[in-house]
Design a protein around this ligand. Structure first.
Ligand SMILES: [Zn+2]
Length: 259
């Protein structure tokens, strides 16, 4: 019953936010008398939003980042980006209500399905990164297949936002193998983004368990792994954000955590 309520909330959120950005190009629009005054079906490239310039990272960061500095009261909440867009929207909206910024590692196939989500993430002040094209077991793949996973998602991000994002997170693995780490660097990702706190929300253990797991393991500098795609995470996020606030920990983007 609780889950149904949560899903209803998520669905309502989706209705409120609409889906105009996801519509296909109106290439077949019929020319009418006012056609000469109508806006072009395909906006010129110059009207695309310019991605914000990211501040440089400090030197000396490890190739694979598991956490940030332990002496500052900040954490990064990082999300596997896939699943129902209504759930993603509900989580983004809840974070914004609490003044939190998230990092969303998007699966490329998910962006193909729901392209409007990319801008929705950035417009909320969150950070967007690469979580492979199909979310296969990338650490078990050969070099060509793994490269295609990384560059496939990077191409989608670049097309939708003007930037491939700063972070790459391997699929089905916390850490990248040396091969995947090298291929990611070749694709332009200087650092692999791992994490040091696993919420285990994807195992759907219940709202209280997700909140308690994060509360037990989180501390200054933590990078927390969470997932879009599970309604239970919507129910858990307000409590997680309350716990962080009570401990004086701010949820910031991964770039903010590290710079
Ligand atoms: Zn994932």
């Amino acid at each position: 019953m609780t889950r149904r309520t949560v899903l209803q909330v998520a669905a309502t959120g989706a209705l409120l936010t609409g889906c105009a950005d996801g519509r296909p190009p109106t290439a077949g629009a019929s020319p009418g008398p006012a056609a000469s005054k109508a806006p072009p079906a395909h906006p010129p490239v110059s009207t695309r939003p310019v991605p914000p310039a990211l501040p440089p990272l400090p030197p000396g960061l490890p190739a694979q980042i598991e956490h940030g500095p332990r002496d500052r009261p900040q954490v990064a909440l990082t999300f596997h980006g896939r699943g129902e867009p209504a759930i993603a929207t509900a989580l983004l909206t809840e974070a914004e209500r609490a003044g939190a910024r998230l990092t969303v590692l998007a699966v490329g196939g998910w962006l193909d399905e729901y392209p409007h989500i990319a801008r929705r993430v950035l417009d909320g002040g969150h950070e967007l990164g690469n979580h492979t094209q199909t979310h296969g077991d990338i650490c078990a793949m050969g070099a060509a297949a793994a490269t295609a996973e990384i560059t496939g998602c990077a191409d989608r991000l670049r097309k939708l936002t003007g930037s491939p994002g700063r972070w790459f997170r391997p699929s089905q693995a916390r850490l990248a193998t040396p091969l995947v780490e090298r291929l990611a660097r070749q694709a332009g990702y200087e650092h692999v983004l791992a994490y040091d706190v696993d919420s285990l929300d994807f195992t759907q253990p219940g709202t209280g368990a997700v909140r308690a797991k994060v509360a037990k393991d989180v501390g200054p500098g933590s990078v927390v792994s969470l997932h879009f795609g599970y309604a239970g995470t919507i129910a858990a996020l307000p409590g997680i954000l309350d716990d962080l606030k009570r401990r004086g920990l701010r949820a910031v983007t991964t770039t903010e955590l590290l710079t």
